[in-house]
Each structure stands twice: as C-alpha cells, then as structure tokens.
Design a protein around this ligand. Structure first.
Ligand code: HEC
Ligand code: HEC
Length: 234
C-alpha cells in the first residue's frame, strides 16, 4: 500500500536521496535548494505538504508548469516523498553550538549586509537571509560562509567544458566526480564527459561571496547560531 510505504520515512529517504540526484537535482539543485525548479527545503509546498499531495506532485507532475511527470514508479515516488520531507525545514530540529546574540555582532562587523538582507535591511546581491535558519541546516550555513563555492545554488553554477578534441560546451553542471562530469548544455541536452577527454573545465561564474576563512572558531559558531535563529515571518 502506498500510504504504508510513506510511513517508512527513514528507510525510504536514503533510497530517495539517490533517486533525487538522478531525476530531480538538475532542476531542484543537489540539496533541493532550488534553481529551475522550486526550493524544496522550506517545508512548505505551494501544491500541498501532506504525504498524498507530495506523492501526487512527484508522481504526476504539476500541470501547466515545468514540473514534469518524471517517470518514477509508485514505490520510487514514495521514497522521494520521504526524501523531500527529510530536507524540508531541516534546520528546525538542530541545536546551534554558539551564541546567537554575539553572532549578530559578527554579522554586523563582517560586512555581510552589503550583499544580504535580513528583514529588508541590507543588499540584494546574495540571497535574503531572513528565513535562512528554516531553509538550511547548520552544516549548510557554515559551509556557505567558509566555502561559498562548495554549493552555489544550481542556477549560479555555469560552467564551460573544453574537450581535448577542441569542442567547447557551455551549460550547467549536474553532477561531477573524479572521473566524469555531466552537463546540461544550452540546448537542453544531457552530456557526459570523461575527465580523461577534457582539456579544461572553466567556471565562468564562481560565487560572488568571499570565503570567510579568517573568522575564529567562536565567531563562526556564533555567526552560524545567529543565522540559524532566523526563521522569517511566522
Ligand atoms: C524539468 C525540471 C524539473 C524536474 C526534472 C523536476 N521538477 Fe519538481 N518542480 C519543477 C518546477 C518548475 C516546479 C514549480 C512548479 C510551479 O510552478 O508551481 C516544481 C515543483 C515541485 C514540487 C512542489 C513544490 C511546491 O511548492 O508545491 C515538488 C515537491 C517537486 N517539484 C519535487 C520534484 C521531485 C521529487 C522531482 C524528481 C522526481 C522533480 N520535482 C523533478 C521542476 C522540475
Ligand atoms: C560580495 C557579496 C557577499 C558578501 C559580502 C557576503 N555574501 Fe553571502 N552570499 C553571496 C552570494 C552571491 C551568495 C549565493 C551564492 C553562494 O551560495 O555562494 C551567498 C550565499 C550565502 C549563504 C547561503 C544562503 C542560502 O540561502 O543558501 C549564506 C548563509 C551567506 N551567504 C552568509 C553570509 C554571511 C554570514 C556573510 C558575512 C560574513 C556573507 N554571506 C557575506 C554574496 C555575499
């Protein structure tokens, strides 16, 4: 029974994670952070948040939008429901290690507000952080600060692959490991290249965000705690 299957969240979520990388990540981002598809980390879904609503969205798509019926079967769709639920509101259950009050000072003196807004105060070059504590887990927030290039939301991740035979392919990176890279080219084709055949991979748009590796461990914990406490308008 599908409904019973949905109850097996923990078992299903691990399989769902792998399915997600294959069928969903190129639109929703490798962490579900959004891109061409919706941000799935918010725990709030426009087309319904119940298990049955999510199942229907994932199994049949959303008519009139770019969200396709992806061709996964019922069992796989329930595993994806479990996975999507596991990434939604992922920051909510975690306990931050630092002092959020002190972190607010670190934020103020580090110049973050020149690019980011919180409650409509600040710049717009980077994402609005007013609800970042609801959308992102602690690890993601910390990594965003010290290694911004590690996970640039998928829509920023433009790359250029230059092959040894002299071809240049522009597109977005879908997946990459040490032997190969998969790219969606500008004509919407999926292309896979062996690294042995590649002369160069150029990252045309690395993150605009500087990496804050010089923050002390305490400042970083405090800053992460501050951001973790930001949950947006309730
Ligand atoms: C071709 C791009 C594309 C692919 C592939 C895709 N999605 Fe989507 N998805 C979208 C878009 C675009 C939306 C937003 C639809 C809208 O406008 O409401 C969406 C919406 C959703 C929603 C509803 C969000 C909400 O707020 O209600 C869920 C859940 C979802 N997708 C899950 C998945 C899963 C799981 C997969 C893989 C099986 C997947 N999607 C594959 C593009 C895609
Ligand atoms: C020069 C502009 C700039 C500055 C300064 C800057 N950021 Fe960013 N930030 C960005 C951009 C652009 C992104 C999106 C691309 C990425 O994730 O690397 C981003 C992403 C983030 C994210 C991920 C947000 C999300 O929704 O996923 C966090 C968290 C973050 N920044 C925190 C900070 C903090 C804290 C500071 C100050 C210590 C800071 N940023 C300073 C430009 C900036």
């Amino acid at each position: 029974m599908p409904y019973a299957a949905a109850q097996q969240h923990t078992a299903g979520a691990a399989d769902g994670a792998a399915l997600f990388q294959t069928y969903c990540a190129y639109c929703h981002g490798s962490h579900g952070e959004g891109g061409r598809g919706a941000d799935l980390t918010t725990g709030e879904y426009q087309h319904g948040s119940s298990d049955n609503d999510l199942f229907s969205t994932i199994r049949y798509g959303v008519r009139g939008t770019e969200m396709p019926a992806t061709g996964v079967n019922d069992d796989e769709a329930w595993k994806l429901v479990a996975f999507v639920k596991s990434i939604g509101s992922q920051g909510a259950k975690e306990v931050a290690p630092g002092d959020a009050g002190a972190g607010k000072q670190v934020y103020a003196r580090s110049g973050c507000a020149s690019c980011h807004s919180i409650d409509k105060q600040g710049g717009a070059i980077g994402p609005d952080l007013s609800d970042v504590g609801r959308r992102r887990n602690l690890k993601y927030i910390e990594e965003s600060i010290v290694k911004p290039d590690a996970d640039i939301p998928v829509q920023y991740r433009a790359i250029q692959v230059v092959t040894k035979s002299g071809q240049t392919i522009n597109g977005i990176r879908l997946n990459e490991d040490d032997i190969s890279i998969q790219v969606r080219d500008l004509d919407d084709n999926l292309r896979s290249f062996l690294k042995a055949d590649i002369r160069e991979i150029r990252h045309d748009k690395p993150s605009l965000m500087p990496s804050y590796t010089s923050l002390s461990r305490k400042d970083l914990d405090d800053l992460v705690s501050y951001l973790h406490s930001l949950r947006g308008a309730q």
